[in-house]
Design a protein around this ligand. Structure first.
Ligand SMILES: [Zn+2]
Length: 432
């Protein structure tokens, strides 16, 4: 029988012979672990006042959040420990890992309610919390900033056909674009997230607890912990040009906020416009940066409208097998039949990343989504021109999606399809 440690004295329990993890007792986090945890004052204007986010699993008393680092990959970390491949005592050596570009601090970092789903200080942990690190607190950056060359066949083709001209600064003659990129893990300030979704913090905590199968008891037992590292995918930003220019509203900013679509983005599936829109946006970002502006693609891991790829493929089959075939007028209905909702991306949290980058104005928003537009402008960021996907980039089978979306309110400079048009817009069958 295993004995759980609670807030009282640790109790050692027999270790199963097969256990490779080496722990003698289960380390529950559902009750306060004693003294030593540094306080988080979310939204404070300096790093010192705000305090570090500590999701370590080694020193329970130091934890000041619910959950662990790395988003969904925290589960793989557990597997590595269980398999004996990773010591649970391992501390990250952060030598030479500092960001390649300085991002912030910006005023938005401490404007109440402006950033609630990421840690704006997350890239600077080793620098701004050096004293706490030296004092033995196991902390990890939740944001990493680096540089890369990205080579996309569409961009290489654009160079070959003359749509893009290499300048040696943003775009090389090989078609490689020079970028600064940042990976961001989710860090949720629960009172702020509840406010965004118009529910009480208590309800949010309870539903998060119940709908994850009781994965994080502290959601309901530790109201003193207000920060949650949710086990979900994060986001990546790609910057074309100087990242500091993102915060200067006088510098032309071309931006796309893109939600993951593995089928199209990576594998080139033609049922949607995701990759064509993404590569079109990258071309626009390169052109904008070459004009003296800056380009930004913010990519969120929200596969299949955050319904997941299994649901997405079920919907594809339901669309293509329904009576009358895959028509635009039934596009949203089929998703709703399978998933219960049309969309679970909820763009409410999406603008946080833009505020982390200091963005005040997007001159050219490469997106037709009214939900993204409303979320961005609703968060106080000015949007100038909206750039739609050129007709020639829409694959034939993706007409169903794009027509249905335009009829539902997506931005288009052209005519909006009516009910009869939607009945006529038809995709391929499953056999074709
Ligand atoms: Zn797609």
């Amino acid at each position: 029988m295993m004995v759980a440690e609670t807030s009282s004295e640790p109790v050692a329990a027999p270790v199963p012979a097969a256990s490779k993890a080496g722990a003698g007792h289960i380390r529950l986090t559902s009750h306060a672990g004693g003294v030593g945890a540094l306080q988080i004052r979310w939204g404070a204007s300096t790093a010192t006042e705000r305090g570090p986010v500590i999701g370590t699993t080694t020193k329970r008393a130091h934890r000041n959040v619910i959950g662990t680092h790395s988003g969904s990959y925290g589960v793989y970390r557990a597997l590595a420990v269980a398999a004996g491949a990773l010591s649970r005592e391992h501390k990250a050596d952060l030598t030479d890992t500092a960001p390649t570009d300085v991002i912030g601090p910006y005023p938005q970092w401490s404007e109440p309610g402006t950033i609630v789903s990421l840690d704006p200080w997350g890239a600077m942990v080793a620098e701004v919390f050096a004293d706490e690190l030296a004092a033995g607190h196991d902390m990890r950056p939740t944001i990493a900033v680096t540089k890369a060359h990205v080579i996309l066949p569409e961009v290489v083709d654009a160079v070959r056909t003359g749509r893009l001209v290499p300048d040696g600064r943003v775009l090389l003659p090989t078609g490689a674009a020079l970028v600064t990129k940042a990976a961001i893990e989710p860090v949720w300030y629960l009172p702020g997230v509840a406010q965004r979704f118009g529910c009480s913090e208590t309800d949010l905590r309870r539903v998060l607890f119940e709908e994850t199968g009781g994965m994080y008891p502290e959601l309901v037992t530790r109201s003193d912990l207000e920060v949650f590292l949710p086990p979900i995918g994060g986001q990546t930003v790609y910057v074309f040009g100087d990242a500091r220019d993102l915060a200067d509203p006088s510098v032309e900013l071309t931006a796309r906020v893109h939600d993951e679509c593995n089928g199209s983005d990576v594998f080139g599936s033609d049922i949607c416009t995701c990759r064509p829109y993404l590569t079109h946006a990258i071309e626009e970002c390169i052109l904008g940066a070459q004009r003296g502006g800056v380009g930004l693609v913010a990519y969120s891991r929200k596969e299949g409208r955050a319904l997941g790829e299994v649901t997405k493929f079920l919907v594809y089959n339901a669309r293509k097998r329904q009576v009358g075939g895959d028509t635009a007028d039934q596009y949203f209905a089929r998703t709703e039949c399978v998933a219960g909702v049309q969309d679970m991306r909820f763009q409410e949290l999406m603008p946080d990343v833009l505020h982390w980058l200091g963005v005040r104005k997007i001159h050219r928003l490469v997106s037709m989504s009214n939900m993204k537009y409303d979320a961005i402008t609703g968060s106080g960021i000015e949007v100038g021109e909206r750039v739609n996907i050129p007709e020639e980039l829409v694959p034939a089978d993706a007409r169903v999606e794009i027509d249905a979306k335009m009829a539902a309110g997506y931005f288009t400079p052209g005519p909006v399809p009516d009910a009869d048009d939607l009945k006529r817009t038809k995709g391929r069958g499953l056999g074709g």
